[in-house]
Design a protein around this ligand. Structure first.
Ligand code: AMP
Length: 385
């Protein structure tokens, strides 16, 4: 590789995912430019920061001058995508984004591609509530079709009265009612596809949520035989059916026996794939950069057992004691030295101000074997509130 940049990659959004995409792109000789309105955005530290709204014409011109543009969040304004159309490849493209940011369209398109999902009913008006719960099995989760993430915009319902109350609570906006799934575990897997149709897969990872937010991911997932193959088959069907260019992560419910239902998809790297940074193989971030720029691409899986624990802001406490901005908050500090001293840990901080419920960083853990991984993971979890 020459010492000239191989390419310039534009990213819509400058949060921690853009930060870690940039950190993976730089060693490949790729320069990164992010369009992001937040002055304190994490990616500003390692990429050229176009500090402007996502719809800013000059900012979009600068992105259009890149070799390709990708994204780190799905709610990219349609105007931004329209302004880039025909000037630079945007991967994934507008059509795929329109699906993945809208739960009703997403679930419908997943089924059309041949992936399995929980039963669901689209709720757009009062009349749609009639018999809806019965149709999904008597118990369900009502979710807003747009702008829900990390368990926000969701209500669990077990009776018609609760369904009606829940819909009112969510502001009577467009929703889907999903049947409640009794699952054994939650797993995820990412797939990447280049514009010329080359496919590669990430590892099957097991996820545990707390309060609607991902708490830990573990590789390998403790799933019945054949589960990973099923996950790959569904990922392939979606990537090919939807004409994916870039990387897409699928979150699944694994049922007893190993069957999988897709819960949702994200058209990008995902929190559950962070452990690929330190497991010894190619990371999900490098995989997205490679897929978007059409570079050589192979399956990316950790070489060793590994795990990730999220570091999320807690109520009334700034565990690292010193927020980058905002008022200092009284707190019991996190013992970062103890975390650092645990064999196999890798700390990743995003340089964001502390706020309850906000993802501020994560710690990856890698171990020579599974028993050691689980033993150290238990210790690590004690150290992260
Ligand atoms: P979501 O925002 O759709 O990822 O939902 C957040 C979390 O709620 C999931 O990770 C599951 O733990 C749980 N959940 C979501 N949908 C369902 C469902 N249909 N049945 C049971 N649990 C669910």
């Amino acid at each position: 590789m020459s010492d000239q940049p191989a390419a310039t990659l534009g990213i819509l959004g400058g949060g921690q995912l853009a930060q870690m995409l940039a950190l993976a792109a730089l060693p490949l000789g790729v320069q990164v430019r992010v369009l992001e309105p937040d002055a304190a955005a994490p990616a500003r530290l390692c990429a050229e920061h176009l500090h402007a709204p996502y719809t800013d014409p000059a900012g979009l011109d600068a992105l259009a001058a890149c070799d390709a543009v990708t994204l780190e969040f799905e709610n990219v304004p349609v105007e931004s995508l329209d302004a880039l159309r025909g000037r630079v490849p945007v991967r994934p493209g507008a059509e795929l984004l329109a699906r993945s940011k809208h739960r009703a369209r997403e679930k419908t398109a997943l089924r059309e591609a041949g992936a399995h999902t929980a039963p669901f009913v689209v709720i757009e008006q009062e009349a749609d509530l009639d018999r809806a719960l019965e149709r999904v099995g008597g118990r369900g989760i009502l979710k807003t079709s747009e702008l829900g993430y990390d368990g926000k915009g969701q209500v669990r319902v077990a009776s018609d009265a609760e369904l009606r109350e829940g819909w009112a609570e969510l502001g009577q906006v467009a929703c889907i009612l999903e049947g409640f799934v009794t699952f054994e575990r939650e797993v995820s897997l990412a797939v990447a596809r280049t514009a010329d149709g080359r496919l590669a897969f990430g590892p099957l990872v097991e996820n545990v949520h707390r309060g609607g937010i991902l708490r830990t991911s573990v590789y390998p997932a403790a799933v019945p035989d054949g589960t990973e193959t099923r996950a790959r088959e569904m990922a392939r069907a979606v990537a090919e059916g939807w004409g994916l260019e870039g990387l897409l992560t699928l979150e699944f419910f694994q049922l007893a026996g190993g069957d999988l239902l897709v819960n949702e998809v994200a058209p990008r790297v995902h929190n559950s794939g962070h452990l690929t940074q330190d497991g010894g193989g190619v990371s999900q971030f490098e995989a997205q950069v490679r897929a978007v720029l059409g570079l050589p691409l192979a399956d990316w899986s950790p070489l060793l057992p590994c795990a990730m624990v999220n570091y999320v802001g807690v109520e009334g406490a700034a565990p690292d004691g010193a927020p980058l901005d905002g008022a200092p908050i009284d707190c019991a500090p996190i013992d970062w030295a103890a975390i650092d001293a645990l064999p196999g840990t890798h700390i990743h901080l995003y340089h964001k101000a502390h706020r309850p419920g906000r993802k501020l960083g994560h710690v990856n853990l890698v171990a020579p074997d599974l028993p050691t991984l689980h033993q150290r993971l238990a210790q690590l979890e004690q150290l992260i509130p």
